[in-house]
Design a protein around this ligand. Structure first.
Ligand SMILES: CC(C)(COP(=O)(O)OP(=O)(O)OC[C@H]1O[C@@H](n2cnc3c(N)ncnc32)[C@H](O)[C@@H]1OP(=O)(O)O)[C@@H](O)C(=O)NCCC(=O)NCCS
Length: 171
């Protein structure tokens, strides 16, 4: 078994577009309840548009690697409008099922929060979590996120509706 010390976190960039696309498609197919984007929609996106997203200025996607394999990720983006620029969002948190319970998600989120804290005038981080995703919710709570609202029937997957909770962390 590979040593846990082989884990590292780094920001993904335009050159990571292919490995990012594979992991994103895997998570959308494997965990459809976790994400509001569907695999069908994501698979229509061009590599150019995905690469552009990875090259964002203040926005970022972090990858968790074991050796050189991308095994997890988390995204961050910031509102653009002047009156909303104090807010940022944590999105697309995912770790491949065979790499779970080894601290990858916690390491990703701690690094994302640390980077967000360094952005001038960013005051709060928000996220949405579909209520089926209890491990994710526990992770967010353990790092200080608090639920501030719940939308019933927020997401429709197949023929079924699921509630989503919204969480906030003041920086
Ligand atoms: C949520 C997820 C990213 C956690 O990844 P992970 O690498 O296994 O998480 P970690 O090992 O870093 O654990 C971090 C914390 O998450 C929580 N957690 C992880 N697995 C859990 C489980 N099976 N049950 C309950 N809580 C769990 C715990 O709070 C844990 O902290 P602890 O180990 O100190 O108890 C992973 O389960 C996943 O990808 N799930 C599917 C996608 C998803 O739900 N994404 C979130 C979208 S909002």
């Amino acid at each position: 078994m590979t040593s846990p010390t082989a884990m590292h976190i780094r920001q993904l960039n335009g050159t990571d577009v292919e490995i990012y696309r594979v992991l994103r498609l895997t998570c959308l197919r494997e965990s459809p309840h976790a994400f509001t984007t569907s695999a069908e929609e994501f698979s229509q996106r061009t590599l150019d548009s995905i690469a552009q997203q990875l090259r964002g200025h203040e926005n970022f996607t972090l990858g968790a690697f074991e050796e050189d394999r991308l095994v997890g990720m988390v995204g961050f983006y910031r509102e653009n409008a002047l009156k909303l620029r104090h807010k940022g969002y944590i999105v697309s948190m995912y770790v491949l099922s065979e790499y779970r319970s080894r601290g990858f998600a916690r390491a990703l989120l701690i690094e994302a929060i640390a980077r967000a804290k360094r952005l001038p005038d960013l005051k709060q981080l928000l996220l949405g979590v579909v209520v089926t995703q209890t491990a994710a919710k526990r992770l967010y709570e353990s790092l200080g996120f608090e639920v501030y609202g719940r939308e019933s029937d927020a997401v429709k997957i197949g023929g079924e509706y699921f509630d989503e909770e919204f969480m906030l962390l003041k920086l």
